[in-house]
Design a protein around this ligand. Structure first.
Ligand code: UFG
Length: 380
């Protein structure tokens, strides 16, 4: 199947591209490269990459119907896209507080353009009177009856849409009260998907990720954020000598050792879930039962580890020590975020391959060491 992957040059998106290729699908990446890395797509994954904005409706149209000039000679040339995985988003919680407009424009506004384009395209492909009322005349998609089946979309949401949990583990029914603009932008897209499903028949899966971590076991894909704010890569940076020390943000939380607890999920397991989610949507469509409400799944392991436990596990995996100072709490950090992930297991048949924190850190460390060698040889 030909799949448009927005944000496919980023951390989770790039792993999903690999999972799609391995499952026999043909990914096409759209990424603005603000945080993504083009060599990962072009050289490591070796799939077509078009650089641009998700909010560019004309570009989207050309990618969806295969007419974009950069698709010449690829499996996508003049062939329509059949599904979308939508990863592209900004994801720095702190920045979303200081510059919310950037988050609502990119994460919400551009996604609205993407969804409208999917719906308008389905309507345009509908023969007869419905298809003859061309999309874009009012800028608004029309009601369900006039719309042919839009292609399915899988959306990257986050446990940040739950806000401060009332109880853990967190089920998909837990109330959603996001506490920062990043979480709210993702929550708002979830609402769009509900409304677009009901009104226009847009089939969707919403995945709420817990803490994505680790790297492809092959060692050639991994986490490369600039700036880096996530715990595991920062711990490994200190252990590898790229940073002087780690700050532990608070040791007075109501948890057994006083540090925050998170549910770390291997990025390759997240990637696998996307293929399963997509395949479920397609099966439902083939059976003539496309969902008119998003299928929603938490993606986590259901096991929480504290910051201290992450540090101890990383020491055991790498054989290195690290200097760590306790710093004040980071604003907006809930004490515990742990997924109830049974729904993805039972409905999608998802079985995380690397549920062990040690395996997650081992793969992250292998990637970290490899990336370091590459940057050293590039410098020297
Ligand atoms: N932490 C430290 N020191 C650091 C970095 C992190 O102690 O230098 C702690 C944090 O306080 C937190 C834990 O390590 O308790 C994990 O922090 P991360 O920044 O790695 O991950 P978050 O849980 O903050 O973020 C993740 C996703 C976000 C999402 C958020 C939901 O990466 O996209 O969960 O709360 F918004």
């Amino acid at each position: 199947m030909r799949v448009l992957v927005t944000g496919g040059a980023g951390y989770i998106g790039s792993h999903a591209v690999r999972a799609l290729s391995r499952a026999g699908h043909q990914p096409l990446v759209l990424d603005n490269l603000v945080y993504g890395h083009s060599p990962v797509v072009r050289e490591v994954l070796q799939v077509p990459l078009v650089v641009g904005q998700v909010g560019d409706a004309a570009l989207l149209q050309a990618l969806l119907d295969g007419s974009h000039p950069e698709l010449r000679g690829t499996p996508h040339e003049k062939r329509p896209i059949e599904a979308v995985l939508h990863f592209a988003a900004y994801a720095y919680v702190g920045e979303s507080v200081s510059d919310p407009a950037r988050y609502y424009r990119n994460n919400l506004g551009d996604t609205l353009t993407l969804l409208e384009t999917l719906v308008a395209r389905a309507r345009a492909s509908q023969p007869g009177p419905a298809g003859s009322s061309r999309p874009g005349t009012t800028g608004q998609p029309e009601a369900a009856e006039a719309v042919a089946q839009p292609i399915p979309i899988v959306f990257s949401s986050t446990c940040a849409t739950y806000g401060v949990p009332q109880q853990v583990p967190i089920t998909e029914e837990h109330p959603q009260q996001p506490i920062n603009p990043y979480g709210r932008s993702k929550w708002m897209v979830e609402q769009l998907l509900h409304d677009f499903g009901r009104a226009y028949g847009l089939p969707s899966v919403i995945f709420r990720y817990f803490n994505a971590a680790g790297a492809d076991p092959a060692g050639d894909l991994g986490e490369n954020h600039e700036p880096e704010t996530h715990l595991i890569p920062l711990v490994l940076d200190v252990m590898g000598g790229q940073r002087p020390y780690l700050q532990i943000f608070g040791d007075d939380y109501p948890t057994p050792d006083g540090t925050c607890i998170r549910d770390y999920i291997h990025v390759s397991d997240l990637a696998d879930a996307h293929v399963l989610g997509l395949e479920r949507l397609l099966r439902l469509r083939e059976r003539g039962e496309p969902p008119r409400e998003p299928l929603i799944y938490n993606l986590g392991n259901g096991t929480g580890y504290s910051v201290q436990q992450v540090i101890e596990t990383a020491k055991a995996v790498t054989g290195r020590g690290l200097l760590a100072h306790v710093a004040p709490r980071r604003a907006g950090d809930p004490a515990q975020l742990v997924a109830a992930a049974g729904k993805a297991h039972s409905e999608l048949g998802w079985r995380p391959r690397y549920p062990d924190l040690a395996a997650i850190i081992e793969h992250a460390w292998a990637w970290h060491q490899g990336a370091l060698q590459t940057s050293r040889s590039a410098e020297g």
